[in-house]
Design a protein. Structure first.
Length: 288
């Protein structure tokens, strides 16, 4: 039985970043999982590297996305092929924080009665080293919201976990929950991660652990980062139409979340711009 499916779209990811990502997956000590590598029309050596890991680790799968569709469509394509109890969407230039991340997370999922959503912490690196270890979370660092009413209360507390991070990197979803809520990613939105807090808003149960499980390795030429600078900002707001279509399906659940989603849309743009600006100021990267 597959316990967790990790879906990793990639499009010409720089080899040093991509190898770091794949190695962090290959080192995981949980055997009952799958790593779905979705090739979104790559034209460089990243394809060869992906196939290399498929050959040496049976947990890896290689899929070729039939239509170049940015990150969202590739995520959807991988999701359609996933068999795990839980789904985790991982960027191809990022890393898990230690070899026991998946085994610890799955243990917590079972211990806390299979929540719809599991949320952990992440940290972003522009430059510098990192501690490659994840500590086992203790009870004091775990928050459990077992029923729908508890989840809704989070949205009335500006300091709650739902306001900490817009991204999908730190969120793991029960596959049947995504299926029930008709999950799909917007194919053409720049900041497609905004669909993930929308799914959190529809959850009936959440478990949060105050531990860093995910490293965002800031890469200025990644799928998500480059397009903020290279394409029209107006494209970002196409996602609003996608969120509106979800609203029509889940009207009663979504109506109280509308201001929250709107703020996250603006926050997503600001966050992307902030990291792009920080990178541009770095002398070492200017020389590349």
């Amino acid at each position: 039985m597959c316990k967790i499916s990790l879906i990793i779209p990639f499009h010409n990811t720089p080899i040093s970043y991509f190898k770091g990502c794949l190695e962090s997956l290959h080192s995981q000590n949980l055997l009952e999982c799958e790593f779905i590598l979705v090739d979104d029309w790559s034209t460089d050596n990243s394809v060869s590297l992906a196939k290399e890991y498929v050959q040496k680790d049976s947990r890896f799968q290689y899929l070729w996305n039939i239509e170049w569709s940015h990150n969202g469509g590739a995520r959807d394509y991988g999701y359609q092929h996933a068999k795990g109890e839980y789904i985790w969407f991982v960027d191809s230039d990022d890393q898990l924080s230690g070899e026991n991340v998946l085994s610890i997370i799955y243990k917590l999922l079972k211990e806390y009665n299979n929540p719809d959503v599991f949320i952990c912490d992440e940290v972003t690196f522009v430059l510098g080293t990192r501690d490659p270890q994840m500590m086992l979370g203790d009870a004091k660092k775990i928050q459990v919201f077992p029923i729908r009413d508890d989840v809704l209360k989070l949205y009335y507390d500006g300091n709650s976990i739902v306001y900490k991070n817009v991204s999908g990197h730190n969120k793991i979803f029960r596959r049947e929950f995504l299926k029930e809520k008709q999950f799909s990613c917007s194919k053409r939105a720049i900041h497609g991660d905004l669909i993930f807090p929308m799914m959190v808003a529809l959850a009936s149960s959440i478990v949060y652990i105050d531990e860093i499980c995910y490293y965002v390795m800031y890469n200025p030429v990644s799928i998500g980062h480059t397009r903020v600078l290279a394409e029209n900002y107006a494209m970002h707001f196409r996602l609003i139409d996608h969120l509106h279509s979800i609203y029509l399906i889940h009207k009663h659940d979504y109506i109280t979340m509308l201001p929250y989603i709107r703020n996250l849309t603006i926050g997503g743009l600001l966050k992307s711009t902030k990291f792009a600006y920080a990178w541009s100021l770095n002398d070492e990267n200017k020389k590349r």
